[in-house]
Design a protein around this ligand. Sequence first.
Ligand SMILES: [Zn+2]
Ligand SMILES: [Zn+2]
Length: 353
Amino acid sequence: MRCARCGSRQIAIKRPRTDRILCKDCFCTEFEEDVHLGIVENHVFTPGDLVAVGVSGGKDSTVLLHVLHTLNARHQYGIQLHLLSADEGISGYRDNSLETVYANARTYELPLTVVAYKELFGWTMNEIHQAIGKKNNCTYCGVLRRKALDVGAQRINATKLAMGHNADDYAETVLMNVCRGDIGRMERCTDMTTGGPESGTVTRVKPLKYVYQKEVVMYAHFKKLLYFSTPCTYAEEAYRGYARTFLNRLHAVLPSAVADIIHAGERLQLADQIKREQPKQRKCQRCGYITSQALCQACALLEGLNTTRSTDVAAAPPAAVPEEVVRPPPPQTSETPDPQSPGDIESTPALRS
Ligand SMILES: [Zn+2]
Ligand SMILES: [Zn+2]
């Protein structure tokens, strides 16, 4: 067998979507060009953009950083990159993965900004874990990370916030929205670009939309990228885990399943009447973030936590805290146009390696 591009006998990978057999170098070139094509076709960047790259130290965001750095030089996007990382305050996990982020900032000679949950919200994930126990940690962490990265991107005056979601993440999100019947999120959950000034947030872009998880892993491996691969201490992600398992089994019998599901999501359009029935967007009473409820998800979760804390101060045992105080609010249909549910890949960089 020979590489379909250059004829080399040193074949390294069969690409999951196309079944093309390639050598290492040709695979890396095709991978980069696929990302480039997606960026161009979706008008992801404008010359002069200051792009905050959301980095966790995990492999998806590390690959994103490397590819954007490479493509910006090769195709002259005219963008500036700035690393942005959230410090959730998870001892033994985030402090270690942040080391990787610092190392990459030095390697690529790029500025790095770290935003800490403790500073922004008054809570670390360690403290939240203590307050709420084992369940829902990824929900809290995901909602707060989303907001932390938004705040961080605004602080550095970024015009775009780039995230490392890949094709598998998109397909999982489509499946999850279908299973939840979450119509409000269904229509836009396959967009490569979401948010923006009109919704009061920095525009989010996900340039790895068309590359598969397996390819991201192989690219990181072939390029010898430095990433952190220990699963998050608090990760459980039950719901996304089921979607992931299902998708993996489907992929075994139908290699195009991931691409097909994304394609189905892209084609989905809501009827005008259904659109009119969706909750109206407004601003969070507390922080001004876009939401369909009185409080945005982050403020609602923090309010529950702070109630727990004041209950603790009143010397009530933790078991006496009513469950509804610490339970996350029901999904807010149209608050987050992002395809990722809370607790997305950035929190669990190694779960699918
Ligand atoms: Zn080749
Ligand atoms: Zn809020």
